[in-house]
Design a protein around this ligand. Structure first.
Ligand SMILES: [Zn+2]
Length: 87
C-alpha cells in the first residue's frame, strides 16, 4: 500500500490510478473483449453477526449495521453478470 501522503498527493495518486485503469480497460477492449457491461462495485464484508468487537458493539447500540467492523474492504469487477473475485 501507499505510505501516508498529503491530501494533494493522494489526489494525484488517485488520478494516476484512474488513468491507469482507463488505459488498461481500453487495451482490453482493443483486444476484442466486450466491456460494455463492465461494472465496478465497492465490496465490503462486515464481521460476523455474533462479533463483539468495539465497532460491532457500536453498530448494535446504534442499530446501524453499516457501522460494523470490516473483514474485507475492496472492489469487485463484473462483466456480463459474471461474478469474478477481486484480482
Ligand atoms: Zn466485529
Amino acid at each position: 500500500m501507499f505510505k501516508l501522503k498529503s491530501p494533494s498527493q493522494q489526489e494525484q495518486i488517485l488520478a494516476l490510478a484512474m488513468r491507469q485503469i482507463e488505459k488498461l480497460l481500453k487495451e482490453m477492449q482493443n483486444e476484442g473483449k466486450d466491456l460494455s457491461r463492465l461494472k465496478l462495485k465497492k465490496f465490503q464484508k462486515t464481521h460476523h453477526i455474533d462479533c463483539n468487537c468495539k465497532l460491532c458493539e457500536v453498530a448494535k447500540t446504534k442499530n446501524d449495521p453499516r457501522l460494523r467492523g470490516l473483514s474485507e474492504d475492496g472492489f469487485k469487477v463484473y462483466v456480463n453478470g459474471d461474478k469474478k473475485s477481486p484480482q
